[in-house]
Write a protein that binds this ligand. Structure first.
Ligand SMILES: [Zn+2]
Length: 278
């Protein structure tokens, strides 16, 4: 796993798409705090209304939806995010429909982010030291719809012609970050942001209490250990529109970058210009 580098250039826009109010705060909010501190503009998109967030018989679910909306806005504010979009889909029964993909395509074309963060749609089961759980189907549905909004829908002119007619020009995303990912390949050092992350998470008062801190500490320390920092969040990252022949990629992807082969490979590559144009 690699450690994330600095944001490439400003202005830098990030769109984070998740299923529920509080999904971002568990695994992404520390990274978001880093990005907004570095000058990035971050937008949150919460697909469902959070109305299944109570198992109490007779709970006032309409009131809960409004409470969770306010909690999410407060949580976003703590890590420097002022733009929070709620799509209002019904919580607990989300499907990766064309309607949802179109809503997300519209948002991507409006915001025009370089980086989009989604929930890994390939994660069905999550197992680790001392915890086993079934990934929520809403997470996978949100991830799948967002994945295919990123590609091919956002960048392809003839898909969703009515969006085009309404002025939403195609847009290509550079980087896809996936959270709750089985094959994480990138860690973001959130050591300096950890207290802010916890504070942000604890804004979801209707869902959780102080005891959540211990769990997050354990998760983020485990990830941190892999890259030599105290606390980290991990993502499976895909980068598009980059030259496959860039020597840095060959070295970065290898565990044995100090080996003779890797060194030789580096020496045989031009070091200034990409070999092929994109
Ligand atoms: Zn969730």
């Amino acid at each position: 796993m690699q450690l994330e580098g600095a944001i490439p250039q400003l202005p830098f826009r990030v769109l984070v798409i998740v299923a529920h109010p509080d999904d971002i705060e568990f695994g992404v909010a520390g990274s978001v705090a880093n990005w907004t501190d570095a000058g990035a503009e971050v937008t949150y998109c919460i697909i469902t209304d959070g109305g299944a967030g109570s198992n109490e018989p007779g709970a006032d679910l309409a009131a809960l939806v409004e409470t969770r909306r306010q909690e999410q806005i407060a949580a976003a504010e703590i890590v420097g995010v002022k733009d929070v979009r709620f799509l209002g889909y019904k919580d607990g029964v989300l499907q990766p429909t064309l309607e949802l993909r179109k809503d997300l395509t519209r948002l991507i074309r409006e915001i025009r982010p370089q980086r989009v963060v989604i929930m890994d749609p390939t994660t069905i089961l999550v197992q680790g030291e001392g915890f086993d759980y079934i990934n929520h189907p809403d997470h996978r549905a949100a991830g799948e719809a967002a994945l295919y909004a990123v590609f091919p829908s956002a960048g392809t002119r003839p898909i969703f012609m009515d969006l085009l007619e309404a002025g939403y020009e195609p847009h290509n995303v550079d980087e896809l970050y996936m959270t709750i990912a089985g094959k994480a390949n990138l860690a973001v050092d959130v050591t300096d942001q950890f207290e802010r992350k916890i504070k942000s998470l604890l804004m979801h008062k209707s869902q959780l209490g102080e005891d959540v801190r211990q769990m997050i500490e354990m998760w983020d320390m485990e990830t941190g250990k892999e890259v030599g920092v105290k606390y980290a969040e991990s993502f499976r990252v895909m980068r598009f529109n980059q030259s496959p022949a860039l020597p840095a990629n060959a070295a970065d992807g290898s565990e044995s970058s100090g080996s003779i082969e890797a060194d030789a490979a580096l020496e045989n590559q031009p070091t200034h210009e990409p070999v092929s144009s994109s």
